[in-house]
Design a protein around this ligand. Structure first.
Ligand SMILES: Nc1ncnc2c1ncn2[C@@H]1O[C@H](COP(=O)(O)OP(=O)(O)OP(=O)(O)O)[C@@H](O)[C@H]1O
Length: 234
């Protein structure tokens, strides 16, 4: 199977400080991967390298994605935020010099809304939507340009349990139906282990790749002293 992300002896540093070194991963296309690790372990740094931010890297990084969709950590939307959900979802569309959407673009926005279950509330003001609806709108925005790699940074962290599960089910369904590769950064190991096909564990400058069947053992090891709800999210 083709790897959508492949690294060989790959490293990233900030000045003198090596954040990651000797990273060897092969993420197959069309799978759901959890990106795990303590705060500061280098998950965001790795993602930044994938989306092409200038960094000091060495070794080999091969990326076979045509388009990457990125859902950053939850941003607070105030109640007076003026855009509707549909307008927000189309916000980052690269229209060049045009101010309006072409029929194809409109159709793609409608499809993204539909995929995230937002069609019925497309004209609702985003500021008045619930946290779960807002989070789905962020994902829909990332889906509009039909990425083949979707990266989500702690997208479940701010949601209650019911909405966490709903979002993960939604993403899982997308991954399967659209043959999308999903990288899901999370601290919620137990939750994501039901959806992930594999994981990348960031630890102490190194990255370990594992399969879904290993997630159970990892969960026990990493969450043993705490209940999941007690793990603090920063
Ligand atoms: N621009 C930067 N310059 C220097 N050091 C940085 C920079 N960005 C991050 N670092 C350092 O690199 C390390 C990895 O940070 P990174 O944000 O990638 O971790 P993370 O795993 O994403 O953490 P979190 O779970 O908190 O988001 C940390 O020690 C951080 O302090």
């Amino acid at each position: 199977m083709m790897a959508i992300i492949q690294t060989r002896d790959f490293g990233i540093r900030y000045g003198e400080k090596a954040v990651l070194s000797h990273v060897n991963v092969d993420v197959p296309a069309g799978r759901f991967f959890a990106l795990l690790g303590e705060n500061g372990a280098g998950k965001t740094t790795f993602i930044k390298a994938l989306i092409g931010h200038n960094q000091q890297t060495n070794g080999l990084l091969t990326l076979n994605a045509k388009r990457i969709g990125f859902v950053p950590q939850f941003r607070d939307i105030t109640r007076d935020y003026p855009l509707s959900i549909a307008e927000f979802v189309g916000l980052n569309y690269n229209k060049g010099w045009r101010l309006w959407f072409s029929p194809v673009e409109k159709q793609q926005i409608a499809a993204a809304l539909q995929r995230m279950d937002l069609s019925d509330i497309a004209s609702k003001r985003l500021g008045l939507a619930s946290g779960g609806q807002q989070q789905r709108a962020f994902v829909a925005q990332a889906l509009v340009q039909q990425p083949d790699l979707l990266i989500l940074d702690e997208s479940t962290a701010s949601l209650d349990h019911e909405h966490k599960v709903a979002l993960l089910q939604n993403i899982k369904q997308l991954q399967k139906a659209q043959d999308l590769t999903v990288l899901f950064i999370t601290h919620e190991l137990k939750l994501v282990s039901q959806y992930a096909d594999g994981y990348l564990l960031f630890d102490n400058g190194h990255v370990t790749q594992g399969e879904a069947k290993d997630l159970g053992a990892l969960t026990t090891k990493m969450t043993a002293p705490y209940d999941e709800d007690e793990v603090r999210h920063v």
